[in-house]
Write a protein that binds this ligand. Structure first.
Ligand SMILES: *[C@@H]1O[C@H](CO)[C@@H](O)[C@H](O)[C@H]1NC(C)=O
Ligand SMILES: *[C@@H]1O[C@H](CO)[C@@H](O)[C@H](O)[C@H]1NC(C)=O
Ligand SMILES: *[C@@H]1O[C@H](CO)[C@@H](O)[C@H](O)[C@H]1NC(C)=O
Length: 370
């Protein structure tokens, strides 16, 4: 995937979705010897000389009944399993248990799996995870728990974790303690959980010193979570009930490049919000209740994409997007959308977009009268 991206010169596209392409095959590839993967090497346990008489199965050949094991991947998906199978090879680096009927993770289910890097439990019926269930997993980097019935973020997630996906569960509260000390997390996916207005504690993400991507979409939160880490590169909060973009909530997000706020109930973007995100390139505010274009766009150096379609914007001023004068804006807009707003497109003066070099970047018309 990576080399394909480069060879097609779609670097920016790959950049846009840095963590999405990691499918199952990628992990398999990473376990191929000599694949040049950037993964940290896993320490191989010392080779044991088998006792001469007993025909013992070496650990690396152990595979739970009906699972398929190859290299250090144990593939046990889609088997109707009600429990985590026994006798998983202790050398397993990837354990795939998705699409089963597991309802409970017990204390010793993953005991001794010190090499495990990726644990996939997506689409089971998990309601309970024992507080010590992950204690052996000292090298776990990816934990995929989406599509289960969890009511809480599990306790004692290994500190080595880099990626947590726990969307589509029953979590109604993100506590400050949920992610305490998880300084290695890069990707956090929490969407489609029944989080309500006060569902995210202030500073709940403060310990995630390296986090680059957070997605909390399709919940009922009414405000942007407070105390987001300054390492954030992408923040996706689409499909919530956020009513207001406060400058304060975006303070210090110096690296933020993409902010998704589509399909909320935003009527106000406070002055100074954009200035708090000086490296923002993409801002999605479509399908909200804005009555005017947010302030700060003409002064912003890097903004390229601003989606404002399907709002209640009734007027667009000539200074809303571009600085006064010509050829003064450093970054080039590549996408501005304003359609499905009450402003009639013929009332928007062409001079409004004087700093936009590619006219096809502007989507203006199509307002349908009801
Ligand atoms: C949000 O609230 C509505 C109304 O209370 C409810 O029907 C819906 O299921 C909630 N959404 C989520 C993701 O919890
Ligand atoms: C912002 O990004 C740069 C370049 O990727 C990085 O060196 C820096 O540490 C980041 N800042 C924070 C606060 O994470
Ligand atoms: C925001 O800025 C605009 C002009 O940039 C100004 O007219 C407006 O009063 C300001 N609003 C607030 C609440 O400060």
């Amino acid at each position: 995937m990576k080399s394909a991206c480069l060879s097609l010169l779609l670097v920016s596209v790959c950049w846009a979705l840095p963590f999405r392409q990691s499918g199952f095959m990628d992990f398999m590839m990473e376990d191929e010897p000599g694949s040049g993967s950037p993964m940290p090497p896993v320490r191989k346990p010392p080779v044991q000389t088998p006792p001469p008489m007993l025909p013992e199965v070496p650990d690396e050949h152990i595979c739970p009944f009906r699972c398929q094991c190859h290299l250090r991947v144990s593939q046990c998906s889609d088997l109707g399993l009600k429990n985590v199978p026994e006798k998983i090879s202790l050398q397993t680096t990837l354990l795939d248990l998705q699409n089963n009927k597991i309802s409970e993770i017990k204390e010793n289910d993953f005991k001794g799996l010190k090499s495990l890097q990726t644990l996939i439990l997506v689409n089971n019926k998990i309601t309970i995870i024992h507080a010590k269930a992950f204690s052996s997993l000292i090298n776990l980097e990816r934990l995929y728990l989406s599509k289960n019935l969890l009511k809480d973020v599990p306790a004692n997630i290994p500190k080595s974790l880099q990626e947590l996906r726990i969307h589509e569960n029953q979590i109604n509260k993100i506590k400050k303690s949920s992610f305490a000390g998880m300084a290695n997390v890069i990707v956090m996916e929490l969407g489609s959980n029944p989080l309500s207005s006060s569902g995210v504690d202030n500073g709940a993400f403060a310990d995630l010193k390296r986090v680059s991507y957070i997605r909390i979409a399709d919940t009922n939160i009414t405000s942007i979570p407070k105390g987001l880490p300054s390492s954030l590169f992408e923040l996706h909060l689409d499909g919530n009930k956020i009513t207001k973009v406060t400058a304060d909530s975006l303070k210090g997000l110096k690296n933020l490049s993409k902010l998704g706020l589509s399909h909320n109930e935003i009527s106000v973007v406070e002055n100074g919000s954009l200035a708090n995100m000086p490296h923002l390139r993409e801002l999605h505010l479509d399908n909200n209740m804005l009555t005017s274009v947010p302030s700060g766009l003409p002064e912003h150096k890097y903004i390229q994409v601003i989606y404002l379609h399907a709002n209640k914007i009734a007027a667009v001023g000539t200074e809303d997007f571009c600085p006064p004068g010509y050829n003064t804006k450093k970054a080039m807009y590549s996408g501005i959308s304003l359609f499905s707003n009450p402003v009639p497109y013929w009332e928007v003066q062409p001079i409004t977009f004087r700093c936009v070099f590619d006219r096809s970047a502007i989507q203006l018309g199509n307002y349908r009268k009801k």
